[in-house]
Design a protein around this ligand. Structure first.
Ligand SMILES: Cc1cc2nc3c(=O)[nH]c(=O)nc-3n(C[C@H](O)[C@H](O)[C@H](O)COP(=O)(O)OP(=O)(O)OC[C@H]3O[C@@H](n4cnc5c(N)ncnc54)[C@H](O)[C@@H]3O)c2cc1C
Length: 384
């Protein structure tokens, strides 16, 4: 399996591992309590080019393969998940639409700024009445001369508080809707008629913020259609391509968090076992660890295999959904078992077990819930 990793990607992964251990872990609890990432840490991420993981070198990024990217995300989620969210949303769903379908001018304008970390990107699809069923969005754009006039509301948009621009999916043809009637736009933060709400008070991911976005007669120049006017009506396809890739990265995040929890459990059991009087206690803990390790092993194989298949040019929609479903549900089980192992200690904030338990729950919700992954997988299986 290790043959699929290029030397350069392993070297980047190792640098990220060191960064996590030396710079991020020591402030993980502080970020959780203060609900913000210190700006000097964001600067260090910029210097390491972490905001350009998936952006090709010609646009200033590191140009990692899918395999390279998931290796990095796996390491980045062995700490407070909001660090990965800040990087991955901008370099992932926030800007991938431009990389996949943008014009050359758009790529040259936005991607180098995202890669350097000068600009932060976000992705806006979800609306108050359209979450899993993305095809039911209602934010509407109407063409008036050289501008589109947009009205509607998006919600739960990660990086809403700090993004400089938003890849936004809106309706441009109410009859065709998801069948050629949605369009992807780049909305810059200072666009007239565009308003960002206050950060939501969430259960977890405390250092990463979601907000509402309101479009009130928002005037967006024609040039801001991703891919230009020839791509009007193609926005649903752009969104689905972005989310397909995102499902593999979500798998990597769930795997990284699971591995970290497992390592914490092993260390905890080794410490505690010295004081256990009965062999039954040890065996109970051994069985839990064995189950955790087995699941992590299975998850890693399916994730690496699917990422590698994507790098070979294969369509991995079906596999990416399996990866997201399995890895994110596994992370939930592992966090729950870690709480069993740590018991009352795990319930304390300082252990950070309770933080992982709250944070990994999100992986089963965004970028497609578990039920939606099951629908994608079974739709493919039953296709004639
Ligand atoms: C912290 C956070 C960050 C987010 N970041 C972003 C972001 O950056 N950009 C963005 O666009 N969105 C974002 N979202 C939104 C997220 O993608 C949606 O919450 C998600 O898609 C689920 O939509 P919903 O909450 O409306 O739930 P619903 O779609 O209303 O679903 C409710 C329940 O019904 C189930 N369900 C729905 N349809 C079916 C079906 N057909 N069959 C069986 N079960 C079904 C779902 O699985 C779920 O359990 C974020 C959400 C959160 C919580």
């Amino acid at each position: 399996m290790s043959d699929i990793f290029a030397e350069r990607e392993k070297e980047i992964r190792d640098r990220v591992k060191q960064f996590v251990e030396e710079q991020l872990n020591p402030i993980s609890l502080q970020v959780e309590l203060e609900e913000r990432i210190p700006e000097e840490i964001v600067d260090k991420m910029r210097v390491m080019k972490l905001f350009g993981l998936a952006i090709p070198e010609e646009y200033g990024g590191l140009g990692l393969s899918t395999v390279g990217e998931i290796l990095v995300y796996e390491e980045l989620t062995k700490t407070n998940a909001c660090f990965r969210s800040r990087i991955g949303t901008s370099n992932g769903i926030g800007s991938m639409g431009i990389l996949f379908d943008g014009t050359e001018e758009q790529k040259k304008k936005y991607l180098p700024r995202v890669a350097s970390g000068e600009w932060t990107a976000a992705f806006a699809l979800t609306e108050p009445s359209a979450g899993s069923d993305a095809a039911s969005i209602s934010t509407l754009a109407v063409l008036e001369g050289d501008h589109w006039i947009i009205n509607g509301t998006k919600q739960f948009i990660t990086n809403g508080d700090c993004a400089d621009f938003f890849t936004t999916i809106v309706v441009t043809d109410e009859k065709k809707r998801a069948q050629g009637g949605f369009t992807a736009f780049i909305i810059e933060r200072d666009t007239p008629g565009f308003f960002v709400g206050a950060p939501d008070n969430k259960m977890g991911m405390k250092g990463s913020h979601t907000t509402e976005l309101v479009f009130r007669n928002c005037r967006v120049p024609k040039e801001n259609v991703i891919g230009g006017m020839r791509m009007v009506g193609q926005g649903f396809k752009t969104a689905m391509r972005v989310l397909d890739k995102g499902r593999l990265t979500m798998g990597a995040c769930a795997l990284g968090a699971s591995q970290k929890l497992f390592d914490m459990c092993v260390a905890h059991i080794k410490r505690k076992a010295k004081h256990w009087k009965s062999g039954d206690d040890l065996q109970a803990a051994q069985f839990v660890l064995a189950d955790m390790a087995t699941e992590i092993y299975a998850a890693r194989q399916m994730l690496y295999n699917s990422a590698w298949a994507r790098d070979q040019g294969n369509n991995v929609t079906h596999e990416a959904s399996m990866v997201k479903l399995f890895c994110t549900e596994m992370a939930d089980r592992i966090a729950d078992r870690a709480m069993d192992i740590f018991e009352d200690e795990g319930y304390l904030k300082k252990s950070q077990i309770e933080m992982y338990l709250r944070d990994v729950r999100l992986y089963r919700i965004f970028e497609g819930t578990s039920e939606i992954q099951r629908i994608v997988i079974s739709r493919d299986l039953l296709r004639e």
